[in-house]
Write a protein that binds this ligand. Structure first.
Ligand code: MN
Ligand code: MN
Ligand code: MN
Length: 200
């Protein structure tokens, strides 16, 4: 189970303020390209399951991820998540030719194929995300600028086993620095599928 606090930032200004405040503890910046797949008969979406290929910094790495049973309540996201690294060039080829997905050397894909009876896949498209990763009070904060075809969203996320403690800590930090935020009400994937930016 992946548990994250997810707070939406209303503007690039709020995003910049946080990036500036936390600059001394910046650990990494990742350019992520995310592509999503469904079975050709909607086998995954009909079970609210998500299959994603994520490429890091061009072609330096690819991670297959399968998520299901997602909930997002008051800025706290819970979802079952399985991940596995995959061969980058084969994975790239799957975007143009989703029929090649089952032949990826990946136990997680083989499991999805068999569990969901997915022999054919379709690529749903996707979006890019620039993720700044910071060390903060013993936690890892991820500051995201997500670029959809229809606009850009800003979010701060923190993966934790104790979201009820971490969320107020983060809220205090943002409030003390005059940075506006709200609880995220939709996952990035849900925003992508809706085709429009959520209301601020
Ligand atoms: Mn994760
Ligand atoms: Mn996340
Ligand atoms: Mn995460």
């Amino acid at each position: 189970m992946e548990v994250e606090v997810k707070l939406r930032l209303p503007s690039s200004k709020a995003h910049e303020q946080i990036a500036h405040l936390l600059a001394p503890s910046l650990r990494a910046t990742h350019l992520q390209e995310n592509f999503f797949f469904d079975g050709s008969h909607a086998q995954l979406s009909s079970h609210l399951a998500i299959l994603r290929l994520r490429f890091y910094n061009g072609d330096s790495k690819c991670v297959v991820s399968f998520k299901a049973k997602a909930s997002l309540v008051d800025g706290i996201s819970r979802v079952t998540e399985e991940e596995e690294d995959a061969d980058v060039s084969h994975a790239r080829a799957c975007i143009a030719e989703p029929c090649r997905l089952p032949s990826l050397d990946c136990a997680l894909i083989r499991k999805v194929v068999s569990d969901y009876n997915c022999n054919e896949f379709v690529c749903l498209g996707g979006f890019r995300n620039v993720r700044n990763v910071f060390d903060w009070q013993g936690l890892t904060l991820e500051l995201d600028e997500t670029q959809f075809d229809f606009g850009t969203c800003y979010e701060i996320e923190c993966e934790t086993t104790d979201p009820e403690t971490v969320r107020p800590l983060l809220e205090k930090f943002l409030n003390e620095n005059g940075i506006p935020f709200s609880y995220s009400s939709a996952s990035k994937f849900a925003v992508f599928r809706s085709g429009r930016l959520p209301d601020v």
